[in-house]
Design a protein around this ligand. Sequence first.
Ligand code: ATP
Ligand code: MG
Ligand code: MG
Length: 291
Amino acid sequence: MVHFSPLAFTLKPRHSWVQLAGHTAEGSFTAGDGGRLLKRYCECEQQCLEQLMKDVLRPYVPGYYGVLQKDEQDFNIMDDLLTDFDMPSIMDCKMGSRTCLEEELIKAKECQRLRRDMYEKMISVDPAAPTEEERAQQGVLKPRYMRWRETLSSTATLGFRIEGIKKGDGSCNTSFKKTKQREQVVKAFEDFVDGNVQILKSYLKRLEELRSVLEKSDFFRTHEVVGSSLLFVHDASGKASVWMIDFGKTVPLPPSMTLDHRTPWVEGNREDGYLWGMDNLIDIFGSMLPR
Ligand code: ATP
Ligand code: MG
Ligand code: MG
């Protein structure tokens, strides 16, 4: 039998996945030793992963093993979640009702410059999007543009959006930027699980477990969690699981402040809609099971 090194085997599909996802710079990920993965260093992510290793959420995030320097670049070392799967199907769902941090919005607000480029992008996607005033000015403010972009996908309406799906057969789809309606999301999920009810049930069970642990987690209560994803992985053997990944924009709250992750966001309350998105995700998976 030909022996595939698990890393060489898993890294290849993921690498194309990462590139196709579009947001991730080439070279952000590289193979580590023994089923581990190196992700380009980000201090914020390091802090989160360190704390998560001591939190009740630990079984739901990749194991974290510190920092490694390689070719003058620092990396966070973590478990490769795909190693125990054979030709896995993978889905990345970005959680939350907004994808920019409050501090990013505040920064964008300080700059009162009207952005013509953003106005142009806006009308190229939806000519009806600008207000009268914006139309007259032929420009939009950056925070307004950032928020508008989130209304294109299901981020603003369901509290999560699909970033990409790569199936075991190699097919890959990352064009979900305008997947907004619940029916479109259901279709994408159905295609992802190929109608396999057992896999659907396993995902649902894991999501329900994760939700109840999130509700008890000290880490979760005390962090604004933005731009973080749930990574869904299954393979033909029927094994299926979900993990939380990507803590590059997960930031601690000021002392004594906590979030419930369900209250709608208004500026200043830091709410991220993560659990609201989780409720919707669970509801959708549940509705897909045969009655
Ligand atoms: P962005 O912020 O644009 O979403 P990023 O550079 O922060 O990207 P991640 O979102 O952490 O990168 O990861 C990108 C992709 O890499 C994920 O969608 C997933 O397919 C894969 N990936 C990330 N972490 C792991 C892991 N621990 N095990 C397996 N695959 C992973
Ligand atoms: Mg990500
Ligand atoms: Mg990220």
